[in-house]
Design a protein around this ligand. Structure first.
Ligand code: SAM
Ligand code: FES
Length: 347
């Protein structure tokens, strides 16, 4: 198995079969072998710097019905909210004073925010904070909408592909959604000029080593600047309420493989990882991640953006999250930097 890790490090990719074998058969010893390499690569490109992204969860209305997601349209127990432009700008103001230089606007697919309204919000954020990067994570839109947001000033876009296996995709989503459209969106975003992030949940229901291997091959094909992965965690009001969640070890192993495959990629150690283990985010960094995404949403709406059960940090003020993460990163020899945290191209 070590030979496959060496091969991945040298050539940047493996075959689907080789990836699947690694995913099925890794051991704690192999994990350590991988993490030494993935950490060294993170170090080479980003040193001990950890980039922060201020996450603003601006709406939990969604027209989609993804089976895994706590804010899916059919969850009538979800208490819905929308932030106004002023509330969003207030989050940015707090974030800027805390040293955030990237803001991420994330939400369900909420059509009450028209392209015009969103473009105005984007333009205003970039006008007020020209030294900051703005990331959008608002799902599938047309080419023209993506272009309008880019022209208004958005720099980056996160759209997890969720799974690169067609059959698996249909088991996670209603038939109104398709992997084909999801992928097309990612290619459109790239063409327009965004820094693009794809990704998937680890341990989602019906996932196999083969489907994970397909995820890795798709990431290799797309060559995104960012990859967002985190464990699947069940939400009590979804069809997947009684399914098992993804594991810490599998998530860490995949983070390490992704760092080896795209050494300079921006790789978050996610809140979901911190939810399944008290030191999950630190372990993610030690497996090769280099980004954390503390929450900047107003405290009174935090609990309402519940994608999965037991989500951490829903009661903390932004400043508390920022300070807590700084301490956590320092405990493993890293430090949070005041920086846009752009992708560094490979020399
Ligand atoms: N609507 C946008 C979209 O579709 O990209 C952004 C919001 S969506 C809630 C953000 C991500 O949350 C999804 O891409 C999914 O991978 C993740 N997510 C949703 N439900 C989850 C769960 N139960 N466990 C872990 N992650 C989940
Ligand atoms: Fe739309 Fe989850 S179903 S954000």
């Amino acid at each position: 198995m070590k030979a496959y890790i060496d091969k991945l490090e040298c050539s940047g990719c493996l075959s689907q079969e080789e990836f699947a074998l690694l995913i099925e058969n890794h051991t704690p010893e192999l994990d350590e072998y991988l993490f030494e390499k993935s950490r060294a690569l993170r170090q080479k490109y980003y040193g001990n710097d950890i980039y922060i992204r201020g996450l603003i969860e601006f709406t939990n209305y969604c027209k989609n019905d993804c089976f895994y997601c706590g804010i899916r349209k059919s969850n009538h127990n979800a208490s819905r909210y929308r932030l106004t432009k002023q509330q969003i700008l207030d989050c940015c103001e707090v974030g800027y004073s805390l040293g955030f230089r990237t803001f991420v606007l994330q939400g369900g697919e909420d059509e009450s925010y028209t392209d015009e309204i969103l473009a105005d919000i984007i333009y205003s954020i970039k006008f007020l904070y020209p030294d900051c990067a703005l990331t959008l994570s608002i799902g599938e839109k047309s080419y023209d909408s993506y272009k309008a947001f880019f022209d208004a000033g958005a720099d980056r876009y996160l759209l997890r592909h969720e799974t690169a296996d067609c059959n698996h995709y249909q088991k996670l989503h209603p038939h109104t959604m398709s992997l084909e459209n999801r992928k097309q969106c990612l290619y459109n975003l790239k063409k327009i000029g965004y820094q693009v992030g794809c990704g998937f949940m680890v341990g989602s229901p019906f996932q196999t080593a083969e489907s994970l291997a397909k995820d890795l091959l798709f990431i290799h094909e797309l060559q995104p600047q960012m990859v967002g992965i985190g464990p699947f965690i069940p939400h009590h009001d979804t069809p997947f309420a009684s399914q098992a969640g993804g594991t810490l070890q599998q998530t860490l192993f995949l983070l390490g493989l992704i760092r080896l495959m795209i050494p300079n990629v921006l790789l978050p150690s996610t809140t979901a990882l911190g939810t399944i283990h008290p030191q999950g985010r630190e372990m993610g960094i030690l497996a090769g991640a280099n980004v954390v995404m503390p929450n900047l949403s107003p405290v009174d709406v935090r609990k309402k953006y519940l994608l999965y059960d037991n989500k951490i940090c829903t009661g903390d003020e932004a400043a508390e999250c920022r300070a807590c993460l700084q301490k956590r990163m320092q405990s493993i020899g890293c430090s949070i930097v005041v920086d846009r945290g752009d992708y560094k191209s490979a020399e």
